[in-house]
Design a protein. Structure first.
Length: 267
């Protein structure tokens, strides 16, 4: 049975609001999910829910009650509240009436799977949550083995990252580490690294990505660091035919991932 909350001063509401701060999310090893799609995918993939707030007046469809029932069955507490309180908790301008607190633990390279001919995406110093979420979404789309985040500049479990990933953050193995640790790990497992940079002549479609491969992309403004340009096994370029000299990092990552998938006959 759900508990009814009608006051914004309720301790549960105050606690959920405190999770807007990255420090609090890191301390409790949780994040905040918002919206039917994100909650349903997280539940289906076995993410542990602690609590769920819902406001029926904001529901967009008819499937929300069944989802809330499944969340309750998983052992989480559920709280029915008002649209005003739900909006107070929400990140979106137009909330869908569902917000949950779920357990999420950051992982290192020891958790990253190693498989024959694995395909990895390495993202260095990505600053914008939307770009990081989009990269995760593309990695899921090509069934990448995993995503390695180096020298992070944004919180992996920022609700805006999760929103942009449309739930892919739950389906793709993700590890966080330094660039030095990533290079050592890739070399230890004989995974060839491809650095995306405008400062080379090798077009990305002319490079073999059928073996164990790690595609490496860098920060939105400055691209990859000198460390990666020095230590990557090969540098590849995405041709720019117009007046601009670079692509959005998530777009570049998507092009490179799909080229790898094409070369592997989309398997």
């Amino acid at each position: 049975m759900s508990t009814l909350i009608t006051s914004a001063q309720n301790p549960r509401v105050k606690h959920a609001c405190s999770l807007r701060e990255r420090r609090e999310r890191d301390r409790e090893k949780v994040t905040v999910l918002e919206g039917y799609r994100e909650l349903s995918r997280a539940l289906a993939l076995g993410i542990r829910f602690r609590e769920c707030f819902f406001a029926p007046e904001l529901f967009l469809g008819e499937n929300e009650p069944a989802l809330i029932e499944e969340i309750e069955k998983s052992g989480a507490e559920t709280f029915q509240t008002t649209g005003t309180i739900l909006r107070k908790l929400a990140y979106r301008e137009r909330p869908e009436g569902l917000i949950a607190v779920v357990e999420m633990e950051k992982k290192g390279l020891e958790s990253m799977p190693v498989v024959p001919n694995g395909l990895y995406l390495v993202a260095e110093t990505i600053e914008k949550p939307g770009n990081l979420g989009s990269i995760l979404r593309s990695a899921d789309a090509v069934n990448a083995t995993g995503v390695i985040i180096c020298n992070r500049q944004t919180d992996l479990f920022n609700p805006n990252v999760i929103r942009a990933s449309t739930g892919a953050i739950f389906s793709v193995p993700v590890a966080e580490c330094t660039s030095e640790e990533a290079v050592s790990w890739l070399k230890a497992h004989s995974i060839r690294s491809l650095a995306a940079t405008p400062h080379t002549d090798l077009i990305y479609t002319e490079n073999d990505m059928t073996g164990p491969t790690a595609i490496v992309v860098g920060a939105e403004q400055y691209g990859l660091s000198e460390y990666w340009l020095k230590h990557a096994d090969v540098q590849v370029v995405i041709p720019m035919l117009g007046k601009m000299d670079s692509l959005n990092v998530a777009t570049a990552a998507t092009l490179l991932l799909y080229e790898a998938a094409r070369q592997r006959n989309w398997k």
